[in-house]
Design a protein around this ligand. Structure first.
Ligand code: HEC
Ligand code: HEC
Length: 266
């Protein structure tokens, strides 16, 4: 096995050098390709996960999903970093060229818009679930249809990376859910309002109800208030939905972008 890897390295290095010489910003065909990303994910879990976390969330090595803390590397630099290692801290992977590019495709998919990284899954099946049995459209709107309690998802595929979409469904409390805490208030006039707290100060509360209507409430009128912890999204999708169904939903959401279809295909 070691001999094979060594041979591949001999072949891979001159190729990498050639990339370098041309000085081109690589757009390797594996980048954004769902099969390559899936294959890269498995390779990553085996060869990189021990240090970077199985999903790139960080550990001994840095978090590869926290784009803000991370200067994005271009594809060729990423390829080289993986193959040759970084300083003494990160060992060289020495993978066959195709496998190294699969890993690059996966690492890229951790931060690039989901839109550019078609995840595995059946978008049409996801669409059915979204507007049907999964109940997503009770709270979320897409292009003017659907509910208003949760954020509009018309452009979510262009705004979020694939793992963020997945986490939003299976682990909704993870991102803090600022501006969307579930809230119930009892008013002095006997009325009870339920919805999400969009804005809250010591003196007032902006409550958005299930119909999307905003209520500006003065805290002087409030008898009792309950603010939920975390996201108002149901917490049991990870149990209620199968892995395939979650893939299908992520695939459907990843396609939500207002960019025209011709641009989208590139
Ligand atoms: C033994 C632990 C270890 C393993 C295994 C490992 N890494 Fe790293 N990785 C690190 C450390 C530590 C750093 C930070 C190095 C530094 O900045 O000096 C790092 C940095 C990185 C960076 C960021 C480079 C930058 O400049 O922002 C990327 C991308 C990366 N690793 C990808 C991978 C991939 C892909 C694999 C698997 C092929 C992998 N790593 C395997 C420990 C590891
Ligand atoms: C009870 C209402 C409700 C239901 C049902 C619901 N959501 Fe949400 N969702 C929310 C709220 C509120 C937020 C904003 C707070 C947060 O990030 O958790 C949100 C956030 C999200 C986000 C993150 C949006 C962003 O901009 O980052 C995604 C993606 C999402 N939901 C997808 C779904 C999917 C897919 C389903 C169905 C499987 C679903 N939601 C069902 C209320 C709901």
């Amino acid at each position: 096995m070691r001999v094979v890897a060594g041979l591949c390295l001999l072949i891979a290095l001159p190729l990498a050098a050639q990339h370098e010489k041309e000085g081109e910003k690589s757009k390797h065909p594996f980048i954004g390709d769902p099969k390559a990303i899936e294959a890269g994910k498995k390779l990553f879990a085996n060869g990189c996960g021990a240090c970077h976390g199985a999903d790139g969330q960080g550990g001994r090595g840095p978090n590869l999903r926290a784009q803000v803390f991370w200067h994005p590397l271009d594809d060729d630099t990423l390829y080289k970093a993986i193959q040759k290692g970084i300083g003494g801290a990160m060992p060289a992977a020495n993978l066959p060229e195709d496998q190294a590019w699969q890993v690059v495709a996966f690492v890229r998919s951790l931060t690039a818009p989901a839109f550019e990284n078609a995840p595995p899954g059946d978008a049409q099946a996801g669409e059915k679930l979204f507007w049907g049995s999964a109940g997503c459209s009770n709270c979320h709107g897409i292009r003017g249809k659907g509910g208003k309690l949760g954020p509009d998802l018309s452009t979510v595929g262009a705004m979020r990376a694939m793992p963020d979409l997945r986490d939003a469904i299976v682990d909704p409390d993870a991102d803090g859910a600022q501006g969307y805490r579930a809230v119930t208030v009892k008013l002095k006039n006997g009325q009870t309002l339920k919805g999400v707290a969009r804005n809250r100060t010591n003196y007032s509360l902006q409550l958005q109800d299930g119909q999307g209507k905003l209520h500006l409430i003065s805290m002087e009128d409030v008898v009792e208030m309950n603010v939920g912890r975390g996201s108002p999204m149901p917490k049991d999708y990870a149990k209620k939905l199968t892995k395939e169904q979650i893939n299908d939903l992520v695939s459907y959401l990843s396609r939500q972008s207002v960019r025209p279809a011709e641009v989208a295909k590139k």
